[in-house]
Design a protein around this ligand. Structure first.
Ligand code: ADP
Ligand code: MG
Length: 627
């Protein structure tokens, strides 16, 4: 074979400097690309063997990554199908992209290496991100093939000559450039292989040198060390998502979870994804125990394409409300290498998104039906996903409404249907609306809860971070249903009935009482009202209107309700005209009246956790004085 020189057929000056310049931050993916090519080559020879198109010995498939720190080279070897010189020219030299001008044009705005490498089929060329000289040493499986060697120094010229390989397969030798010496580290390469190659379908061997203690001591009594080559297989070739669920035990799923997230608590349950039409996707999604710090738990789903790790940014592919799930998704059908906007518009991505939503809903429904008690026990963790899903995806709401649970202050769980059944009789108002009462803080709102319970009203607990939104969304979705926080008004007025609340006070007395309390409350934003409640209800109750409070809550959460956020707080002070304290106040002298009224209001504030600072101090000294 004679040495041949030629030009890589692209019609632009030199793409390599561009590759280096634009892709610098992502340059570790060169190893992913070259190892993937090696894996492909090995799988191709296996397939040719299976099809009877290759009659030689296929042998044990193997890909090896070798580091030579001294020579400053990284070598990726495989015993795959190899290439002839002709094939090198065809597959390597004619860089597979439509036009150089388009290429350069696109490069200008490229955000990351994946985008370019995938789009233009430049996998192999990513080698030039870290190497200034790349060699291919290869021997094709074909009968009578001669070994071939290709070298290229990152310019558009290459050299093909006779190679030295004696066995079938390919070595890619990277002469690492000065700026990329960080990759000449065993630790670094191991890290990259762990990230991208951990689940590749062919054994990946990484040769490293280690020093280990040898038995005994030397003449001077020092510990003897021996240097040895240790070959590690870095990957699991059959990760669980490639297997059939029927062949897997719970322990297998839990082991795999531990492998992915070594320091995490066991997940609650998991879903095995497996679909091959109209798109191809496999994977296992785990429901984790949720922690306070949600952000830490995001981006834990790993995306693979044919067992090659691609990214853990699965936004758009996994529905937003499932971003807290953990696990893996593997799909050759996700256009991994294109820009975000394209991804969003991609039909497959939308379908995958819908599929995952459906699978998750089906799984939850199955768990609910199979063992309601176990489902209820996990509800505090699952609930967040379900509620978020029901709020954000119409399709999920339709399924979720069958198994979403409402929990009351007695820790009883109900489906939406069951709950309506439970409270309709007592909690329907004069307009025919069923009023669901809820508390966001059972401790703080205890007085109100007890008052409601006294009327045999049920109170739901809505204290998770998402419940604010869930409450509004339920109110919109459920027909003739109103949601009211238990402290939105006094118990008698929570559910508007036709019956009149009679006060024993005359109109004149009511006005006097009102005046006394108005004088006693020195803070702005409080409106006093005298109402006829049960004699054993609280004498004074301070409430904030449901609508106003919700708007303020939303403003606090930053959802564009700034207007309400800026409004001063306004409270209603309901004086129970039927309480004996009120008669006592009416019968007292002016100075006492003021003192008692103040005391009664402060007690109400105190019971609601609203009495703080100087007001609390004043209250304490006034109380002492009264004793
Ligand atoms: P892609 O892998 O997407 O085809 P690459 O640029 O990574 O693009 O590789 C181009 C081509 O070079 C491959 O399709 C394959 O034909 C050939 N090739 C690359 N690496 C090897 C290898 N280790 N053994 C055999 N052929 C290879
Ligand atoms: Mg490739």
């Amino acid at each position: 074979m004679t040495t041949e020189k030629g030009s890589i057929s692209i019609h632009t000056e030199n793409i390599f400097p561009i590759i280096k310049k634009f892709l610098y931050s992502d340059n570790e993916i060169f190893l992913r690309e070259l190892v993937s090519n090696a894996v492909d080559a090995v799988q191709k020879i296996k397939r040719l063997g299976a099809l009877g198109q290759f009659n030689g010995e296929v042998g044990e498939p193997l890909v090896e990554v070798k580091l030579d720190e001294k020579a400053k080279t990284i070598t990726i070897s495989d015993n795959g199908l190899g290439m002839t010189a002709e094939e090198i020219k065809k597959y390597i030299n004619q860089v597979a992209f439509s036009g150089a001008s388009e290429f350069v044009e696109k490069f200008k705005d490229a955000k990351d290496a994946n985008e370019i490498i995938g789009k233009f089929g430049l996998g192999f060329y990513s080698a030039f991100m870290v190497a200034d000289l790349v060699e291919i040493n290869t021997l094709s499986y074909q009968d009578g093939a001669e070994p071939a060697k290709w070298t290229c120094d990152g310019s558009t010229t290459f050299e093909i000559s006779e190679g030295s390989r004696t066995t079938r397969g390919t070595d890619i030798i990277l002469h690492v450039n000065a700026e990329s010496e960080e990759f000449l580290s065993e630790y670094k390469l191991q890290e990259i292989l762990d990230k991208y190659a951990k689940f590749l379908p062919v054994p990946i061997k990484f040769g490293t040198k280690t020093n280990s203690v040898e038995d005994g001591v030397d003449e001077e009594g020092k510990t003897k060390y021996k240097s040895e080559e240790v070959d590690n297989i870095v990957n699991t070739t059959n990760p669980i998502w490639t297997k059939a669920p029927a062949d897997l035990s719970d322990a297998d799923y839990l082991d795999f979870y531990k492998q992915l997230y070594p320091f995490s608590e066991d997940p609650l349950f998991w879903i095995h994804l497996n679909v091959d039409y109209p798109f191809n996707l496999t994977g296992v999604l785990y429901f984790p125990k949720l922690k306070e710090d949600f952000d830490m738990q995001r981006n834990k789903i790993k995306l693979f394409s044919r067992q090659v790790f691609i990214t853990d940014e699965v936004k758009d592919i996994v529905p937003e409300f499932l971003m807290l799930l953990h696990g893996v998704i593997d799909s050759p059908d996700i256009p991994l290498n294109v820009s975000r906007s394209f991804l969003q518009a991609d039909g497959n991505v939308k379908k995958i998104n819908n599929y995952i939503t459906k699978k998750v809903a089906d799984k939850l429904s199955e768990l609910f039906k199979a063992d309601r008690k176990a489902f209820e026990e996990k509800w505090s963790d699952i609930g967040l996903f379900v509620k978020y899903g029901m709020i954000s995806e119409e399709k999920f709401y339709d399924k979720g409404k069958e198994f979403a649970l409402l929990t009351n202050t007695k820790k009883e769980h109900f489906t939406l249907e069951e709950y309506k059944e439970k409270v309709s009789a007592l909690q329907t108002d004069k307009n025919g609306n069923v009023v669901y009462l809820y508390t966001t803080d059972p401790d703080k709102q205890d007085g109100f809860i007890q008052a409601a319970n006294k009327k045999d009203y049920d109170v739901l607990v809505m204290n998770s971070p998402i419940d604010n939104h869930f409450v509004s969304s339920l109110e919109q979705k459920l027909e003739k249903t109103l949601m009211k926080r238990v402290d939105a008004s006094v118990a008698n007025q929570l559910i508007e009935k036709d019956e009149k609340l009679e006060s024993v006070l005359s109109e004149e007395q009511s006005a006097t009482v009102k005046g006394i309390f108005e004088k006693a409350i020195s803070k702005p934003g409080y409106t006093v009202e005298v109402v006829g409640l049960n004699p054993d209800d609280a004498p004074v109750t301070i409430t904030m209107d449901e609508f106003m409070r919700r708007m303020k809550d939303m403003a606090k959460m930053g959802s564009g309700m700034g207007f309400y956020g800026n409004m001063p707080d306004s409270y209603k002070v309901a004086i129970n005209g039927n309480h004996k304290l009120v008669s006592k106040i009416l019968a007292s002298g002016e100075e006492e009246q003021n003192k008692f009224a103040k005391q009664a209001v402060d007690l109400a504030l105190l019971s609601q956790g609203m009495l703080t600072g100087a007001e609390l101090t004043a209250f304490v000294s006034r109380s002492v004085e009264l004793i």
